[in-house]
Design a protein around this ligand. Structure first.
Ligand code: ATP
Ligand code: MG
Length: 455
């Protein structure tokens, strides 16, 4: 190891904050986490609540999960709990399951620089941590954590909070500071840059200047991060109630282009309608999360990538491709590129492709096609998407209104009002095609062959 060369090694200095001087109460810790903590403690191991849970409790928030750190090794943890699974290779830990809740139990990590301890190993390749399984003491564990506010330990032995690196001070100042030299910490794990953005958005904290300074230079390292991990991180960013804020910060910090290159490109072109569509999509998702409603990643990812898909489809149409082909090709290209960065699972990309491909069909106001579209399993999402696109043009807004109205009508009334093969009073009130470019040409091409449109 190159420990001598490092000037950034942090010397932890313990400050114990006794129970009566902090806000972490067992009342607010989940039963499952408390049981895990007590059982570890009774078995003679050190046991702490750590990370985001302590941070959030000190801020008076409800943690979304409770992580435990202990001096027990994963195997020892497994022996103590019947309902325990060991997981992870890069970072081995135990999952203890209690009544549907999972408590993550991690063994205190060491740096491994003083020879191999325990059963694990720690490996660093090009400054990047690729394996992190050397057990250690709390003093060693603390300096491996990312932000000072994430390095507070609630000790079940005496209910005190242990602060080794100034986390309490940062909580008061509402700032995210990295432990150690920021560039080194980002090189070890570039995803920490995204965590900075996400936590700042979630907590309403600012990112310390020193922690933000390396973003420009080191942002490109994100392209080497595992796409599956970036997918997980993107879920935490956009589906935890603070998506809009995360997105704006991601863009401001210059990191959006490494996660969602197509989105960053489309926005850079200065498309105000697209920006408003994306921001509205994120705000709607945040509102649904706040109301405890379900959210589907497919919809929001479809929103994020829409600008590029639409423009590519238009380009194919202009080259003479038929409607289906243009949209399929555009979707395949955009999804393909995106998944190299953020591994969106197939079930979501399929749904995204359907939402996109259904957009031009909203313009086909003929009896059979209208009913066929309404019966499509993805109609609801595609219609919501159309409504979101209202910002694109007055014509799209009117189209959205037409479909909203059409769904209110009894079937017979709607059927009677619709032309069998295009034209007719109701259809004429519908705005001209606006999805395919150029619209009028596309209509002419499509009609006589009658083969494009719904499958
Ligand atoms: P959230 O509120 O999203 O759960 P969190 O800080 O708890 O935020 P987790 O991913 O649950 O995030 O991680 C728990 C703790 O593990 C963190 O608080 C931090 O101490 C440590 N940690 C997580 N990821 C990293 C990382 N990439 N580098 C260093 N420490 C990390
Ligand atoms: Mg957490």
């Amino acid at each position: 190891m190159n420990s001598e060369a490092r000037t950034d090694v942090v010397e932890p200095v313990l400050r114990i904050v006794p129970r009566e001087q902090h806000a972490v109460s067992r009342k607010n810790i989940s039963k499952a986490a408390l049981r895990v903590l007590y059982r570890l403690h009774e078995a003679g191991y050190e046991a702490f609540l750590v990370g985001g849970a302590v941070r959030d409790l000190l801020l008076g928030e409800h943690p979304k999960d409770f992580d435990v750190a202990t001096s027990a090794t994963p195997d020892e943890v497994k022996k103590l709990f019947r309902n325990c699974r060991l997981i992870g290779r890069r970072f081995r830990l135990a999952h203890v399951v209690f009544g549907g809740e999972i408590v993550e139990v991690a063994t205190l990590r060491g740096t491994g620089e003083e020879g191999e301890e325990g059963e694990g190993d720690r490996r660093i390749v090009d400054g990047r941590i690729v394996r992190d399984n050397v057990w250690g003491t709390i003093e060693e564990d603390v300096v491996r954590r990312d932000f000072r506010v994430n390095a507070l330990y609630y000790d079940i032995a005496d209910f005190s909070v242990r602060d080794y690196v100034g986390g309490m001070q940062d909580l008061e100042e509402r700032v995210l500071r990295l432990i150690g030299d920021p560039a080194t910490r980002y090189r070890e794990d570039p995803v920490r840059m995204l965590r900075a953005v996400r936590l700042a958005a979630k907590l309403g904290f600012r990112i310390d200047a020193a922690a933000a300074a390396p973003f420009e230079e080191l942002g490109p390292l994100l392209t080497e991060a595992a796409p599956a991990r970036l997918f997980d991180e993107s879920l935490k960013m956009f589906f935890a109630g603070h998506g809009l804020k995360s997105f704006r910060m991601l863009e401001q910090c210059g990191l959006l282009k490494f996660m969602f290159p197509a989105t960053a490109r489309a926005l850079k072109r200065g498309d105000a309608a697209l920006r408003s569509l994306i921001e509205q999509g994120l705000a709607n998702t945040d509102a649904r999360v706040a109301e405890g409603k379900s959210v589907t990643p497919a919809f929001l990812f479809a929103v994020l990538l829409w600008g590029e898909v639409r423009d590519l489809a238009h380009a194919w149409l202009a080259k003479g491709a038929d409607l289906n082909e243009a949209w399929l090709r555009a979707a395949a290209r955009v999804v393909g590129e995106q998944c190299e960065r953020v591994a969106i699972p197939r079930r979501f990309t399929l749904a995204m492709e359907e939402i996109w491909a259904l957009q031009p069909r909203f313009e086909q106001i003929q009896r059979k096609r209208v009913f066929r579209l309404m019966a499509h399993p993805r109609f609801r999402a595609a219609f919501d998407f159309l409504l979101l696109r209202a910002a694109e043009s007055p014509a799209i807004r009117e189209l959205g209104e037409w479909w909203a109205h059409a769904q209110q009508l009894p079937q017979e009334v709607l059927a009677a009002a619709l032309p069998a093969g295009g034209g007719g009073a109701l259809a004429e009130s519908v705005p001209a095609a606006t999805v395919g470019a150029p619209p009028r040409k596309r209509r002419r091409r499509r009609r006589p062959s009658g083969k494009s449109g719904s499958a």
